[in-house]
Design a protein around this ligand. Structure first.
Ligand SMILES: [Cu+2]
Length: 190
């Protein structure tokens, strides 16, 4: 997209919304914003994440969700865009199991956290208040929302785990435990 196109998008946002918040988004954003509408294990919608492509590469992630236990929770992009439960051959059900494993486009097979050389889908821990509300904004340079690019996260899922992620493979997957919230990453609702 050209810089002229960014200006046009920005101007339209300001005209429509007329708010400082819209102007801030317009200045940081380029491509369309994608979103994940986050549900808990009962299917109730409890939050939202948005994903904005940045013109220099990478994605600006904003997440705001409720219903968590207080403290830190592992947060990752998982490879499949499905938050369905998965039942294994002995009947054990994994909530949001259909989301698959951590998104790992470089096939590192390693869980190393947001600044390590492992799964690109390893995101920073999400911290919930005593009331169970978690809100965070962060930039990830190794993911994208660009069609056809291996690091594209559109059509995948964002998953919140029960426990804190220690950003290593010991215990497996950082000890972040079960999947408690999930959202499929797709077009933002109009
Ligand atoms: Cu995960």
């Amino acid at each position: 997209m050209t810089s002229r196109a960014y200006l046009t998008v920005g101007a339209a946002c300001v005209l429509l919304a007329g708010s400082a918040a819209a102007a801030r988004v317009a200045s940081a954003a380029v491509a369309p914003t994608f979103a994940a509408y986050i549900v808990d294990t009962t299917g109730k919608e409890v939050g939202r994440a948005t994903f904005v492509g940045v013109d220099t590469g990478g994605v600006l992630v904003r997440i705001d969700t409720l219903g968590l236990t207080p403290g830190n929770h592992g947060l990752h992009i998982h490879e499949n865009g499905s938050c369905n439960a998965l039942r294994d051959t002995v009947g054990k059900v994994t909530p949001f199991g259909a989301a698959g494993g951590h998104f790992d486009p470089a096939a590192t097979m390693q869980h190393r956290g947001p600044s390590g050389m492992g799964h690109a889908g390893d995101l920073p821990n999400l911290t919930a208040t005593d009331a169970g509300h978690a809100r965070a904004t962060f930039y990830v340079d190794r993911l994208s929302v660009t069609p056809g690019v291996p690091t594209n996260i559109v059509g995948r899922a964002i998953v919140v785990h029960a426990n804190e992620d220690n950003y290593t493979d010991v215990p497996p997957l950082g000890g972040s435990g079960g999947r408690v919230e999930c959202g499929e990453i797709g077009p933002q609702r109009s």
